[in-house]
Design a protein around this ligand. Structure first.
Ligand SMILES: [Zn+2]
Length: 492
């Protein structure tokens, strides 16, 4: 209590005496900045204070004085000694102060990187590169982590038949197909980066997060649904981000955050506003990691009630041309049924006001990459791929199934399956983490519909009937309507 009283007294005394101290020093000329003995830059600031209303001169040049009494100027120094005189006049008073600043020109030396010879092999990614979790293989290839941008260097740890095992960070590795890599000159080390500032902005039809790095580091992408988050782990990077600019007109992003998960793994955490996702991209622009997150299509966002009106659907007919797909016991080819069904689906979707982009509209070969390129070019909102299944017991109805790869599109596959099951067909199931290449894109939602089994005699009867095929496509369209309703509602 006693101490507090003492403190209070001191504060009171200071408050009473402060105006006197201030006005007293105000009568004098004081140079508060610029009286440096030696400087290494030619641009030099001189700042001072004198009684308000004075005329101020620095080296005989008049200088503006502000209402507070403060004044300042910028001088360009010559190499060597620079005499500086500051003068203030007010009525009969004429005060001045002189000092000398020595400008020492420092030669700019070229930056020399320390010589580091890296004694292991390093590979660099080419266009189309992707990471696999393991060396496992199945009919459609091993389980993918995600695609990687071009020009990312990684240390090579091991080599299997057609895969390299590469080091991502101190405690993690992955596998990459050899065809998507090239060797880097021996001795070059894999990159390491300190992260720098971020910007988070609205780029029109998508929100954009840009994280500055010193090099192109490998990254792995993760999703969390509840709450809806996109997480990107940047390997070989340490946090030095002390500045995250976030604009307030963001539509898809709620907020961004970061976490240093391991000493060399830096996580970019993006919390999304909506429960449903419409795709995103991850790429490098220079050495900055550039992440864009699509907004909910305007057709849904602005519509008073949910409908397919104004949406753009990519509809894919599996196989085609030399690729027949499955062939039924009676000789019906899957590619023909698929093509027939996409025209039926197109009609149903157009009837509901949507626009449809087909990956093929005749019996021709179209490569998977080409199908993706068509859909990306047309900027579709959502993709549906139509196939028929094969395998299993030929004497039993095997049924219908839908497939997704990314967890955020599980609901999409589920609502379509539920509609298909309104028909008298067997439930073959909802299949997740499926490695079909048209389920792999992250740029838009995708779903694969395996209508019925070509190889099942009871299923063959149904799928051979155009009226039944039409019924199935009506259900797919209704499933898509259900999906838009959930999006509009905002919860799955
Ligand atoms: Zn197929």
């Amino acid at each position: 209590m006693k101490t507090n009283l003492k403190l209070l007294l001191t504060i009171l005394l200071t408050l009473v005496l402060l105006p006197f101290a201030y006005s007293q020093s105000n009568n004098n000329l004081r140079v508060v900045r610029g009286k440096t003995d030696t400087v290494t830059t030619s641009n030099h600031f001189v700042v001072g204070v004198a009684a308000p209303g004075s005329n101020i001169y620095i080296n005989d040049q008049p200088v503006k004085q502000y209402s507070t009494g403060s004044f300042g100027t910028e001088l360009i120094l010559r190499e060597g000694d620079n005499p500086i005189t500051v003068r203030a006049t007010l009525g009969a008073t004429d005060v001045s102060e002189s000092f000398t600043v020595f400008f020492k020109k420092v030669p700019i030396l070229p930056r020399v990187d320390p010589i580091t010879f890296f004694p292991k092999l390093v590979v660099k990614t080419k266009k189309g590169a992707y990471l696999n979790y393991g060396a496992g293989e199945d009919r459609l290839g091993g389980a993918k982590i995600n695609f990687l941008a071009e020009g990312i260097k990684m240390e090579l740890i091991d080599s299997t038949k057609n895969l390299y095992k590469v080091k991502l960070s101190e405690n993690s590795y992955a596998f990459i197909p050899k065809q998507f890599t090239e060797k880097v000159a021996f001795g070059v080390a894999p990159p390491y980066s300190l992260t720098s500032s971020w910007s988070v902005s609205n780029a029109g039809k998508a929100d954009r997060v840009r994280v500055s790095l010193e090099n192109r580091q490998p990254y792995t992408i993760h999703r969390e649904l509840d709450p809806n988050k996109l997480i990107i782990d940047i390997h070989g990077a340490a946090c030095n981000s002390n500045w995250i600019t976030q604009y307030l007109d963001l539509k898809a992003i709620d907020y961004v955050h970061l976490q240093q998960r391991a000493s060399d793994v830096f996580s970019v955490i993006i919390k999304l506003k909506e429960a449903f996702s419409w795709g995103y991209t991850v790429d490098y622009v220079g050495n900055s990691l550039d992440i864009t997150i699509k907004h909910t299509p305007e057709a849904i966002a602005i519509a008073a009630k949910p409908s397919l009106k104004g949406l753009v659907f990519g509809v894919d007919a599996g196989h085609g041309g030399s690729a027949s797909g499955a062939v039924s016991p009676s000789g019906i080819k899957e590619k023909d049924l698929n093509l027939d069904m996409v025209f039926m689906l197109k009609e149903e979707l157009e009837k509901r006001g949507a626009r449809v982009v087909l990956s093929r509209s005749e019996d021709v070969d179209v490569a998977m990459q080409e199908r993706l390129d068509i859909f990306k070019r047309e900027n579709i909102d959502l993709m549906v791929s139509i196939h028929c299944n094969a395998g299993g017991n030929p004497l039993k109805p095997m049924g219908t199934s839908t497939y997704y790869r990314h967890i955020e599109y599980r609901t999409l596959a589920e609502v379509i399956l539920r509609r298909l099951l309104e028909l008298d067909v067997t439930n073959f199931g909802l299949v997740g983490n499926f490695n079909f290449s048209l389920n792999a894109p992250i740029e838009f939602p995708t779903v694969l519909v395996e209508t019925l089994f070509m190889s099942s005699l009871p299923d063959e009867v149904l799928i051979a009937d155009p009226a039944f095929r039409k019924e199935m496509m009506v259900r797919v369209a209704k499933g898509l309507e259900d999906y838009v309703k959930l999006v509009k509602k905002g919860s799955r």
